[in-house]
Design a protein around this ligand. Structure first.
Ligand SMILES: [Zn+2]
Length: 502
């Protein structure tokens, strides 16, 4: 065992030993995020933030291509707005941050007590820090929408939201997180339904083609849907510990908010109707999903399309002469690769041995490493090492072609492996006994009949901690339609997918 491998074994807890520890170790080693002095909040470090930027860019292009435009709405929402939609306020009441004052005053004391809230600065109406922006956005829609000609209105915003949490899990559960929230208004139910479905398709495409994270799509049950929605659709992925993660949701809000905020439009025939809304979002939680889908006991594995660094070039020299030569070749190679649009680093650091460099780039999830020494140079080649395993020499001339091909192959292989793992950990046509054994054992997605009774769902959750992730879309359903509820035996209204979830 080399020293680098020794260090590796010490730094990252193996997945099999403690998945949660492993997850934290991967993030720490890749310097993606850190805990902040404020409980519940996280700091996103450059390597993690770069992944978010790349995600943002890809998603934003898709939103734009389908006719959406970006806007920005305020962080603060009048408290009374939240109360206008009954289910909505109930859903968010227990996790909002509230601004009640606007000033501090000096107390004349020393230390932490030197300032105090100035009681004279109390706000007449407290402001809520947005947990989501339906209320403030639809208040504006009421002003902007007058006629059927103003529809559909298709907006999105990239922002932060706050939902008070005491338990922190980096990227997965934090008080403040970054996301996008789309908000649209349509003339009729069909328009809103089509939009909610369109976005679900975009989320799926992004998860699968960019993150290489296979997802199930489908409908949420009433007890799992968004507070204030008519219907909620979601993408759900299975992590390596066989727990599910909800990757994104798309809601058909019906006319619930347009009635609460009086968003009306004049129809072509001259009548007055309430609009139909949708809202949809994905967040920095996706980064948690990316980590838990692909990474291994050596650290982060980033899918090539979202890797902050796609190629790391590591020169191997002994003499000064070799160093001079390899430095020139390495720089040229970097520039060649960059010209094809790749994100490349040339690691010329002198105080670090090649093995230590490999170890670092591995931990950062870099998909391809190019190693080049004097002997490689003499034979006109570089060694291409894949983060996911395998090493082979490729010609130095035209290395970009070989690298691009390798990145495409890695991207496809990550997706295929994740899908295979998901299917291997899915149980179809489960009986109650099989379900219990499976969930309490290795876990995963369980497909079975569902009677539609929320009481049945609650009982399952209480006894197993598993919830219905989705009522899957036709593509994911089992060939044999379940006839009775997996749990209570009553007639089944739909096939459901259960799992324990983040
Ligand atoms: Zn039942």
């Amino acid at each position: 065992m080399t020293q680098a491998q020794n260090a590796k074994a010490q730094r990252i807890t193996p997945r099999a030993k403690d998945f949660s520890e492993w997850y934290g170790d991967v993030i720490t080693q890749a310097q993606m995020a850190d805990y902040s002095p404020v409980r519940g909040c996280m700091v996103i470090r450059p390597h993690g933030y770069r992944i978010w930027e790349l995600m943002q860019r890809a998603l934003d292009d898709m939103f734009r291509a389908s006719g959406h435009r970006n806007a920005y709405f305020p962080l603060f929402i009048p408290m009374s707005f939240l109360a206008k939609e009954a289910e909505h306020v109930e859903g968010f009441a227990k996790e909002v941050a509230i601004v009640t004052h606007t000033r501090l005053r000096a107390t004349g004391k020393e230390g932490a007590g030197a300032v105090a809230v100035d009681p004279a600065s109390a706000l007449e109406e407290p402001l809520v820090v947005r947990p989501t922006s339906e209320t403030i956005i639809y208040a504006m829609f009421a002003k902007w929408i007058q006629s059927y000609r103003d529809l559909p209105l298709l907006l999105n915003q990239w922002c932060n939201v706050v939902r008070w949490e005491m338990r922190t899990r980096l990227f997965l559960r934090t008080t403040e997180f970054l996301w996008q929230e789309g908000h649209t208004a349509h003339a009729d139910e069909a328009g809103a339904e089509q939009e909610a479905r369109l976005i679900l398709g975009i989320y799926r495409r992004f998860a699968e083609e960019w993150m290489a994270m296979p997802v199930l799509t489908g409908l949420k049950t009433d007890s799992e849907k968004f507070a204030g929605a008519l219907r909620t659709y979601a993408i759900e992925a299975l992590m390596q510990d066989n727990k599910a993660i909800q990757g994104g949701t798309s809601h058909n809000l019906g006319q619930n908010f347009s009635k609460a905020f009086d968003v009306k439009y004049q129809t072509a025939a001259g009548g007055l109707e309430h609009v139909w809304n949708t809202s949809w979002g994905v967040s920095t939680r996706l980064i948690g999903g990316l980590i838990m889908t692909h990474s291994d006991d050596n650290g982060l594995v980033a899918p090539p399309k979202l890797a902050p660094v796609q190629v790391a070039i590591v020169p191997i020299w002994k003499t000064d002469e070799e160093r001079t030569q390899l430095s020139a070749v390495g720089r040229e190679l970097k520039s060649d690769l960059e010209q094809t649009g790749l994100r490349v680093e040339f690691d010329e650091r002198e105080n670090l041995k090649p093995g230590a460099k490999y170890f670092e780039w591995e931990g950062l999830g870099v998909p391809v490493r190019l190693e080049i020494g004097p002997r490689d140079l003499a034979s006109g080649q570089v060694v291409l090492a894949r983060r996911t395993g395998g090493k082979a020499p490729v010609p130095l001339q035209g290395a970009a072609t070989a690298v691009t091909k390798a990145l495409d192959e890695i991207q496809a292989a990550l997706f295929a492996a994740a899908r295979e793992r998901r299917e291997k950990n899915s149980l179809r046509g489960a009986t109650k006994a099989q379900f219990l054994e499976f969930i309490k054992g290795s876990g995963g997605f369980v497909y079975g009949g569902f009677c539609g009774d929320p009481a049945c769902e609650t009982e399952i959750k209480q006894q197993t901690n598993a919830t219905i992730r989705v009522l899957p879309d036709p593509e994911f359903r089992s060939k044999e339609v379940p006839k009775s509820c997996m749990w209570c035996g009553a007639p089944s209204i739909a096939e459901a997918v259960w799992a324990q979830a983040y």
